[in-house]
Design a protein around this ligand. Sequence first.
Ligand SMILES: Nc1ncnc2c1ncn2[C@@H]1O[C@H](COP(=O)(O)OP(=O)(O)OP(=O)(O)O)[C@@H](O)[C@H]1O
Ligand SMILES: [Zn+2]
Length: 587
Amino acid sequence: MKVRVFNIGGITQEYSLELEKGVTSYEAPNAYGKTSLVRSLISLLTSSIKAEDLLNVFADSGYVEAELDNKLYYRRIKRIRNGLGEEKNLIMDDDRALLLTYFSPENRLVTQILSGDGNVEWFISTTSKINEIKAKKEELQKLLTAEINARDELQKKYNNIREIQAKIRAIDEEIDKLEKERESSSNIVAKTTYTITLTRQNKINEILNKIKVKKDELANLEFALKKIEEEIQNKESKVSPDIKTQLEKEMEEINEKLKLKTNDRSELEIELKVLERVLEEVNESDRHHLDTCNVCGSKVDPSIWKERAEIISRELRDKTSLLDSLRNDIIGLQKRKEEIDLRLKELQTLENEIAKLKAKKEELINRIGSVKFQIDDLERQRRETEERFSKSESLSGAIATNDDSASILKRIEELRKKREEYEYELQLLGIPSSILEELKEKEEHIEQLQKKVDELQVEYIRRLTKAREEFNRIANQLLKRFEFDMDAEIDGNYRLIVKRKGAIIDIKKLSSSERTTLALILVLSALRAYFKTPYFIIDESAMTFDQKRFNRLLEYLTEIADYVIVTRSSENTEIKTLPPKQIELSS
Ligand SMILES: Nc1ncnc2c1ncn2[C@@H]1O[C@H](COP(=O)(O)OP(=O)(O)OP(=O)(O)O)[C@@H](O)[C@H]1O
Ligand SMILES: [Zn+2]
């Protein structure tokens, strides 16, 4: 692979480099430009390293080029009037390259694990690309929220229209009455009573109007309440407390069983080890035809050894098969436990939703109560007004004024004006039937979106669980291959758990070199399972492996990437490509 770099980072003279396949050791003094070179290489794998992160601040243009398998890849950057212009041809464009092609103390996973934080859900979901499902879910969730807001807006608009319509109807009725009154106003007697009736009627109409509006509001609220009650019922039917207690009980039982079985397993493992040692000793005694027992010193017939070996072997076989079945039981139990966990989480989500709905219901009931109270109050006002007028009617008798007719006309005029205003408002609000239609559509869309969001969540958990298993498998293979005396596991909460001789060790208690190793193992597992890169760069200062292990690591890396580059600080500048066995650690 040929690499050429110019005016990238601290590299201000054209710099070219020919890399052979295999391991290349790249040493240079501090501030010579190692990091710049590494960034250049990684920038050909992901556009998340931006042009402004690459170009030397004093330069007008710069580039990085790599010739790989007879193809030319490049990023060419130029300063233009207000910013940077770039032409590029990347090997790939995948921001996982930041995590998976450069192992150095700045690697995000290394920093995290060094800090003692073992939650690696983000790492698994990013490197296995499951985070795309999560991102999609979040995007849909946003859309959903927007739709819900839009629906609420529409509902408000619709209610508003209904209110105005009611007001217009009341005005029409009143105008109707006034017109009739005017006709009969030529009759003075009639006119007199009528004036009184009119004022009375106006007052009462006004109250009736208000009652009408409130009743509409009440009907809407009661409808919403019914909807929510249905929804609550629907959700509650999915979470019967029986299921939950049953699951929790089963969980408890499984935990109990797991404890017992794990204990049995440890005991059995110890027994097996003891038996194996005894068998070896018996075989040894047999080989040497010993006539004295090693353990108790008593004399024995040498022919007894064969017989004993037979018996012990049988026992060993029995116990081994018992151990196998125990292990299977444990795996089965753990699987079931994970399933229950998932179910319980789902139930919890439902319960939360129900609680929210109930709070909403409570609020609606309160509002209904206060509207009912307002209606009662208005009814009372109406009754009182009616009583008051029937009294005053009998008191005042016939008080007729000449300008009665004029005042009726004035009132009608006022009402017409008001009506026009309402009509205008209605026009602005739109056609109620089409709003209803729109509301229905929104409702359906919301339901669809909710369903999709739920499905994505389930899918995310399912895929994450699978990726986790894959990580566990590969990580432990690697730990064995590099002869580390520990087991690593990512548990159901996506926390990194480390065990030595079966006992869990808190990550915070591990040495920093052990933590770095764990980060490296995770990076390698992700590489093996999910990512293909032409080159892998390792900053030697991140590593504290001994020579033998480091060579093994390099050998392993050459299986994963064609080019493996080890950078290190040194007084001199030297680039050499060597078989891994001959790379020496500088320390
Ligand atoms: N974009 C840039 N523009 C100008 N100068 C830069 C830019 N990036 C880095 N430099 C400078 O170039 C020099 C080399 O930087 P670089 O980070 O590549 O060094 P390095 O060899 O990795 O050093 P170290 O081993 O100390 O990390 C440094 O003096 C740095 O300040
Ligand atoms: Zn003995």
